[in-house]
Design a protein around this ligand. Sequence first.
Ligand code: F6P
Length: 341
Amino acid sequence: MAQAMRRLGILTGGGDCPGLNAVIRAVAHRCATRGVELLGYVNGWEGVLAGEWRRLDRQAVKGILPLGGTILGTSRTDPLVVPDGVERLRRSLAGDGVDGLVVVGGDGTLSAATELLREGFRLVGVPKTIDNDLSATDFTFGFDTAVGIATEAIDRLHTTAEAHNRVIVVEVMGHHTGWIAAYAGIAGGADVILVPEVPFDVDAVCERIRERERRGRSFSIVVIAEGARPREADGGPPERRARVKPGEISYWLANEIERCIHTETRTVVLGHIQRGGSPSAHDRVLATRFGVHAADLALAGDWGRMVALRGTKIVAVELPEAVKQIKLLDPAIWEIAKVFA
Ligand code: F6P
Protein backbone atom coordinates (compact mmCIF):
# COMPACT_ATOMS: atom_id res chain seq x y z
CA MET A 1 0.00 0.00 0.00
CA ALA A 2 2.75 2.44 1.02
CA GLN A 3 4.55 1.94 -2.32
CA ALA A 4 1.37 2.59 -4.27
CA MET A 5 0.76 5.97 -2.63
CA ARG A 6 1.19 8.76 -5.14
CA ARG A 7 -1.00 11.60 -4.02
CA LEU A 8 -2.32 12.47 -0.59
CA GLY A 9 -4.90 15.18 0.16
CA ILE A 10 -5.32 17.37 3.22
CA LEU A 11 -8.11 19.68 4.39
CA THR A 12 -8.82 21.87 7.42
CA GLY A 13 -12.47 22.07 8.52
CA GLY A 14 -14.55 23.75 11.23
CA GLY A 15 -13.51 26.80 13.24
CA ASP A 16 -9.90 27.79 12.72
CA CYS A 17 -7.35 27.22 15.43
CA PRO A 18 -3.74 28.36 15.98
CA GLY A 19 -1.47 25.53 14.84
CA LEU A 20 -3.36 24.43 11.71
CA ASN A 21 -0.55 25.70 9.48
CA ALA A 22 2.00 23.83 11.57
CA VAL A 23 0.08 20.61 10.84
CA ILE A 24 -0.09 21.38 7.11
CA ARG A 25 3.63 22.15 7.00
CA ALA A 26 4.52 18.95 8.86
CA VAL A 27 2.43 16.76 6.55
CA ALA A 28 3.90 18.54 3.50
CA HIS A 29 7.49 17.97 4.63
CA ARG A 30 6.87 14.32 5.48
CA CYS A 31 5.24 13.76 2.08
CA ALA A 32 8.05 15.57 0.24
CA THR A 33 10.63 13.38 1.97
CA ARG A 34 8.73 10.26 0.93
CA GLY A 35 8.20 11.41 -2.66
CA VAL A 36 4.41 11.73 -2.28
CA GLU A 37 2.59 14.70 -3.75
CA LEU A 38 0.34 16.58 -1.29
CA LEU A 39 -2.78 18.39 -2.46
CA GLY A 40 -4.35 20.93 -0.08
CA TYR A 41 -8.11 21.21 -0.56
CA VAL A 42 -9.42 24.71 0.08
CA ASN A 43 -12.16 25.58 2.60
CA GLY A 44 -12.60 22.15 4.15
CA TRP A 45 -14.97 19.63 2.55
CA GLU A 46 -16.18 22.41 0.24
CA GLY A 47 -12.87 22.24 -1.66
CA VAL A 48 -13.10 18.49 -2.10
CA LEU A 49 -16.66 18.79 -3.40
CA ALA A 50 -15.54 21.45 -5.86
CA GLY A 51 -12.24 19.76 -6.73
CA GLU A 52 -10.39 22.91 -5.66
CA TRP A 53 -6.89 22.36 -4.36
CA ARG A 54 -3.35 23.74 -4.19
CA ARG A 55 -0.17 21.74 -4.54
CA LEU A 56 1.63 21.73 -1.19
CA ASP A 57 5.33 21.17 -1.81
CA ARG A 58 8.07 22.44 0.52
CA GLN A 59 8.08 25.81 -1.20
CA ALA A 60 4.33 26.27 -0.70
CA VAL A 61 4.57 25.82 3.07
CA LYS A 62 7.65 28.01 3.58
CA GLY A 63 7.22 30.45 6.47
CA ILE A 64 3.78 29.27 7.57
CA LEU A 65 4.77 27.67 10.91
CA PRO A 66 4.13 30.81 13.04
CA LEU A 67 1.01 31.90 11.15
CA GLY A 68 -2.45 31.73 12.68
CA GLY A 69 -5.52 30.71 10.67
CA THR A 70 -5.05 28.19 7.88
CA ILE A 71 -3.48 28.79 4.47
CA LEU A 72 -6.10 26.42 3.05
CA GLY A 73 -9.11 28.26 4.45
CA THR A 74 -11.87 26.43 6.29
CA SER A 75 -15.64 26.00 6.35
CA ARG A 76 -18.29 24.14 8.27
CA THR A 77 -19.61 22.48 5.11
CA ASP A 78 -20.90 19.01 5.88
CA PRO A 79 -20.66 16.84 2.74
CA LEU A 80 -23.23 14.45 4.17
CA VAL A 81 -26.01 17.04 3.97
CA VAL A 82 -25.02 18.30 0.52
CA PRO A 83 -27.13 16.67 -2.24
CA ASP A 84 -25.16 13.80 -3.73
CA GLY A 85 -22.28 14.86 -1.44
CA VAL A 86 -20.72 11.46 -0.87
CA GLU A 87 -20.67 10.57 -4.58
CA ARG A 88 -19.29 13.99 -5.47
CA LEU A 89 -16.46 13.52 -2.97
CA ARG A 90 -15.72 10.08 -4.41
CA ARG A 91 -15.63 11.39 -7.97
CA SER A 92 -13.54 14.39 -7.04
CA LEU A 93 -10.87 12.42 -5.17
CA ALA A 94 -10.72 9.77 -7.88
CA GLY A 95 -10.47 12.47 -10.55
CA ASP A 96 -7.58 14.12 -8.70
CA GLY A 97 -5.84 10.77 -8.30
CA VAL A 98 -5.80 11.20 -4.52
CA ASP A 99 -5.22 7.97 -2.60
CA GLY A 100 -6.39 9.25 0.78
CA LEU A 101 -7.05 12.33 2.90
CA VAL A 102 -5.70 13.82 6.10
CA VAL A 103 -8.68 15.52 7.74
CA VAL A 104 -7.82 18.17 10.31
CA GLY A 105 -10.90 19.17 12.25
CA GLY A 106 -13.04 19.26 15.35
CA ASP A 107 -16.17 17.41 16.28
CA GLY A 108 -18.19 18.30 13.15
CA THR A 109 -15.44 17.65 10.60
CA LEU A 110 -14.33 14.41 12.24
CA SER A 111 -17.93 13.18 12.61
CA ALA A 112 -18.34 13.58 8.84
CA ALA A 113 -15.00 11.77 8.39
CA THR A 114 -16.27 8.91 10.55
CA GLU A 115 -19.37 8.52 8.38
CA LEU A 116 -17.24 8.65 5.23
CA LEU A 117 -15.00 5.89 6.58
CA ARG A 118 -18.08 3.64 6.59
CA GLU A 119 -18.55 4.60 2.94
CA GLY A 120 -15.06 3.28 2.19
CA PHE A 121 -13.08 6.54 2.11
CA ARG A 122 -9.43 6.38 3.11
CA LEU A 123 -8.99 8.97 5.85
CA VAL A 124 -6.71 9.87 8.74
CA GLY A 125 -7.85 12.37 11.38
CA VAL A 126 -6.04 15.13 13.24
CA PRO A 127 -7.95 16.60 16.22
CA LYS A 128 -8.32 20.37 16.35
CA THR A 129 -10.17 22.73 18.67
CA ILE A 130 -9.18 25.51 21.01
CA ASP A 131 -11.88 24.19 23.36
CA ASN A 132 -9.87 21.01 24.14
CA ASP A 133 -13.14 19.06 24.32
CA LEU A 134 -12.39 16.18 21.94
CA SER A 135 -12.27 12.83 23.63
CA ALA A 136 -9.47 10.38 22.85
CA THR A 137 -6.75 13.03 23.12
CA ASP A 138 -5.48 14.62 26.33
CA PHE A 139 -4.93 17.97 24.62
CA THR A 140 -5.60 19.58 21.26
CA PHE A 141 -3.35 22.21 19.73
CA GLY A 142 -4.74 25.74 19.87
CA PHE A 143 -5.87 25.29 23.46
CA ASP A 144 -2.57 26.44 24.94
CA THR A 145 -2.56 29.53 22.73
CA ALA A 146 -6.14 30.40 23.67
CA VAL A 147 -5.38 29.97 27.38
CA GLY A 148 -2.33 32.21 27.00
CA ILE A 149 -4.36 34.95 25.32
CA ALA A 150 -7.15 34.73 27.91
CA THR A 151 -4.66 34.74 30.77
CA GLU A 152 -2.96 37.85 29.48
CA ALA A 153 -6.36 39.53 29.16
CA ILE A 154 -7.26 38.59 32.75
CA ASP A 155 -3.92 39.99 33.98
CA ARG A 156 -4.62 43.28 32.21
CA LEU A 157 -8.20 43.43 33.48
CA HIS A 158 -6.98 42.99 37.06
CA THR A 159 -5.17 46.32 37.07
CA THR A 160 -8.05 48.33 35.64
CA ALA A 161 -10.64 46.54 37.83
CA GLU A 162 -8.59 47.34 40.91
CA ALA A 163 -8.05 50.96 39.91
CA HIS A 164 -11.79 51.53 39.53
CA ASN A 165 -13.07 49.20 42.26
CA ARG A 166 -15.12 47.32 39.70
CA VAL A 167 -16.26 43.82 39.01
CA ILE A 168 -15.23 42.65 35.53
CA VAL A 169 -16.94 39.67 33.95
CA VAL A 170 -14.66 38.10 31.32
CA GLU A 171 -16.27 35.72 28.87
CA VAL A 172 -14.07 33.10 27.25
CA MET A 173 -14.87 30.50 24.58
CA GLY A 174 -16.18 27.05 25.37
CA HIS A 175 -19.80 26.41 24.50
CA HIS A 176 -19.86 22.88 25.88
CA THR A 177 -16.91 22.73 28.22
CA GLY A 178 -14.97 24.92 30.62
CA TRP A 179 -11.38 23.95 29.77
CA ILE A 180 -10.35 27.45 28.70
CA ALA A 181 -12.26 29.11 31.56
CA ALA A 182 -10.73 26.84 34.19
CA TYR A 183 -7.14 26.99 32.89
CA ALA A 184 -7.15 30.73 32.18
CA GLY A 185 -9.06 31.38 35.40
CA ILE A 186 -6.49 29.49 37.46
CA ALA A 187 -3.54 31.01 35.57
CA GLY A 188 -4.97 34.53 35.81
CA GLY A 189 -6.02 34.27 39.46
CA ALA A 190 -9.74 34.81 38.79
CA ASP A 191 -12.01 35.30 41.82
CA VAL A 192 -14.94 33.41 40.32
CA ILE A 193 -14.76 30.74 37.58
CA LEU A 194 -17.95 29.52 35.90
CA VAL A 195 -18.06 26.56 33.51
CA PRO A 196 -20.80 24.80 31.48
CA GLU A 197 -20.29 21.54 33.37
CA VAL A 198 -21.38 23.05 36.70
CA PRO A 199 -24.54 25.22 36.66
CA PHE A 200 -23.93 28.27 38.84
CA ASP A 201 -25.92 30.07 41.49
CA VAL A 202 -26.04 33.85 41.02
CA ASP A 203 -26.51 34.44 44.76
CA ALA A 204 -23.37 32.41 45.48
CA VAL A 205 -21.43 34.47 42.90
CA CYS A 206 -22.62 37.69 44.57
CA GLU A 207 -21.80 36.35 48.02
CA ARG A 208 -18.27 35.48 46.90
CA ILE A 209 -17.77 39.06 45.67
CA ARG A 210 -19.26 40.49 48.91
CA GLU A 211 -16.96 38.28 50.93
CA ARG A 212 -13.96 39.71 49.06
CA GLU A 213 -15.24 43.21 49.78
CA ARG A 214 -15.41 42.38 53.50
CA ARG A 215 -11.73 41.43 53.23
CA GLY A 216 -10.97 44.83 51.71
CA ARG A 217 -10.80 43.62 48.11
CA SER A 218 -13.07 46.08 46.35
CA PHE A 219 -12.69 44.57 42.89
CA SER A 220 -13.29 41.11 41.44
CA ILE A 221 -12.65 39.21 38.23
CA VAL A 222 -15.29 36.70 37.15
CA VAL A 223 -14.26 34.33 34.34
CA ILE A 224 -17.20 32.68 32.61
CA ALA A 225 -17.27 30.22 29.72
CA GLU A 226 -19.74 31.23 27.01
CA GLY A 227 -21.70 28.01 27.61
CA ALA A 228 -22.04 28.37 31.40
CA ARG A 229 -25.63 28.53 32.68
CA PRO A 230 -27.32 29.53 35.93
CA ARG A 231 -28.91 26.69 37.87
CA GLU A 232 -32.44 27.84 37.16
CA ALA A 233 -31.98 27.74 33.37
CA ASP A 234 -33.22 24.52 31.83
CA GLY A 235 -30.42 23.51 29.51
CA GLY A 236 -29.81 19.81 30.10
CA PRO A 237 -26.29 18.36 29.85
CA PRO A 238 -23.69 20.78 28.37
CA GLU A 239 -23.16 18.71 25.22
CA ARG A 240 -26.85 18.97 24.30
CA ARG A 241 -27.40 22.63 25.07
CA ALA A 242 -28.28 25.04 22.29
CA ARG A 243 -25.61 27.61 21.48
CA VAL A 244 -26.13 31.11 22.80
CA LYS A 245 -24.76 34.21 21.13
CA PRO A 246 -21.32 35.40 22.29
CA GLY A 247 -21.74 37.81 25.19
CA GLU A 248 -25.28 36.77 26.07
CA ILE A 249 -24.50 35.03 29.34
CA SER A 250 -21.79 37.46 30.51
CA TYR A 251 -23.88 40.61 29.96
CA TRP A 252 -26.77 38.95 31.74
CA LEU A 253 -24.55 37.97 34.69
CA ALA A 254 -22.98 41.45 34.92
CA ASN A 255 -26.49 42.92 35.28
CA GLU A 256 -27.37 40.42 37.97
CA ILE A 257 -24.19 41.21 39.89
CA GLU A 258 -24.80 44.95 39.69
CA ARG A 259 -28.35 44.39 40.91
CA CYS A 260 -27.33 42.33 43.93
CA ILE A 261 -24.16 44.05 45.13
CA HIS A 262 -24.44 47.56 43.64
CA THR A 263 -20.82 47.57 42.49
CA GLU A 264 -20.03 48.98 39.06
CA THR A 265 -19.62 46.02 36.72
CA ARG A 266 -18.13 45.73 33.24
CA THR A 267 -18.18 42.92 30.70
CA VAL A 268 -15.39 41.85 28.34
CA VAL A 269 -16.10 39.21 25.69
CA LEU A 270 -12.78 37.87 24.40
CA GLY A 271 -14.40 36.01 21.51
CA HIS A 272 -12.37 35.24 18.42
CA ILE A 273 -9.26 37.00 19.73
CA GLN A 274 -8.67 33.66 21.45
CA ARG A 275 -8.57 31.88 18.09
CA GLY A 276 -6.54 34.40 16.12
CA GLY A 277 -2.86 35.01 15.70
CA SER A 278 0.31 33.05 16.11
CA PRO A 279 0.29 29.68 17.92
CA SER A 280 2.30 29.30 21.14
CA ALA A 281 5.54 27.30 21.01
CA HIS A 282 3.73 24.45 22.78
CA ASP A 283 0.99 24.37 20.12
CA ARG A 284 3.51 24.54 17.27
CA VAL A 285 5.28 21.49 18.67
CA LEU A 286 2.06 19.53 19.31
CA ALA A 287 0.65 20.41 15.87
CA THR A 288 3.93 19.43 14.20
CA ARG A 289 4.00 16.10 16.05
CA PHE A 290 0.37 15.44 15.05
CA GLY A 291 1.16 16.33 11.43
CA VAL A 292 4.18 14.04 11.12
CA HIS A 293 2.37 11.13 12.77
CA ALA A 294 -0.76 11.63 10.66
CA ALA A 295 1.34 11.65 7.49
CA ASP A 296 3.05 8.45 8.61
CA LEU A 297 -0.30 6.74 9.20
CA ALA A 298 -1.51 7.77 5.76
CA LEU A 299 1.73 6.79 4.04
CA ALA A 300 1.52 3.39 5.73
CA GLY A 301 -2.10 2.98 4.57
CA ASP A 302 -3.25 2.85 8.20
CA TRP A 303 -6.63 4.47 7.44
CA GLY A 304 -9.47 5.17 9.84
CA ARG A 305 -7.22 6.36 12.61
CA MET A 306 -6.77 9.66 14.41
CA VAL A 307 -3.59 10.92 16.03
CA ALA A 308 -3.92 11.76 19.72
CA LEU A 309 -1.83 12.86 22.66
CA ARG A 310 -1.84 10.42 25.57
CA GLY A 311 0.40 11.60 28.38
CA THR A 312 3.54 12.67 26.54
CA LYS A 313 3.15 10.25 23.62
CA ILE A 314 1.45 10.58 20.27
CA VAL A 315 -0.70 7.54 19.60
CA ALA A 316 -3.15 6.45 16.92
CA VAL A 317 -6.75 5.81 18.00
CA GLU A 318 -9.77 4.64 16.02
CA LEU A 319 -11.35 7.71 14.44
CA PRO A 320 -14.91 6.89 15.63
CA GLU A 321 -13.59 6.85 19.21
CA ALA A 322 -12.72 10.53 18.92
CA VAL A 323 -16.25 11.68 18.21
CA LYS A 324 -18.19 9.36 20.49
CA GLN A 325 -18.62 11.99 23.18
CA ILE A 326 -17.19 15.35 24.15
CA LYS A 327 -14.51 15.55 26.79
CA LEU A 328 -15.84 17.47 29.78
CA LEU A 329 -13.54 19.43 32.08
CA ASP A 330 -11.40 17.17 34.23
CA PRO A 331 -13.01 17.19 37.74
CA ALA A 332 -9.51 17.30 39.26
CA ILE A 333 -8.87 20.64 37.50
CA TRP A 334 -12.26 21.91 38.70
CA GLU A 335 -11.31 21.01 42.29
CA ILE A 336 -8.15 23.15 41.94
CA ALA A 337 -10.13 26.04 40.44
CA LYS A 338 -12.55 25.94 43.38
CA VAL A 339 -9.74 26.43 45.92
CA PHE A 340 -9.23 30.00 44.70
CA ALA A 341 -12.56 30.97 43.21
O1 F6P B 1 -15.55 25.22 18.71
C1 F6P B 1 -14.60 26.20 18.93
C2 F6P B 1 -15.20 27.52 19.21
O2 F6P B 1 -14.11 28.32 19.42
C3 F6P B 1 -16.22 27.62 20.36
O3 F6P B 1 -15.69 27.77 21.63
C4 F6P B 1 -17.07 28.78 19.95
O4 F6P B 1 -18.33 28.75 20.50
C5 F6P B 1 -17.14 28.60 18.48
O5 F6P B 1 -15.93 28.01 18.09
C6 F6P B 1 -17.44 29.86 17.74
O6 F6P B 1 -17.07 29.72 16.42
P1 F6P B 1 -17.72 30.48 15.17
O7 F6P B 1 -17.98 31.88 15.61
O8 F6P B 1 -16.67 30.36 14.12
O9 F6P B 1 -18.96 29.73 14.83
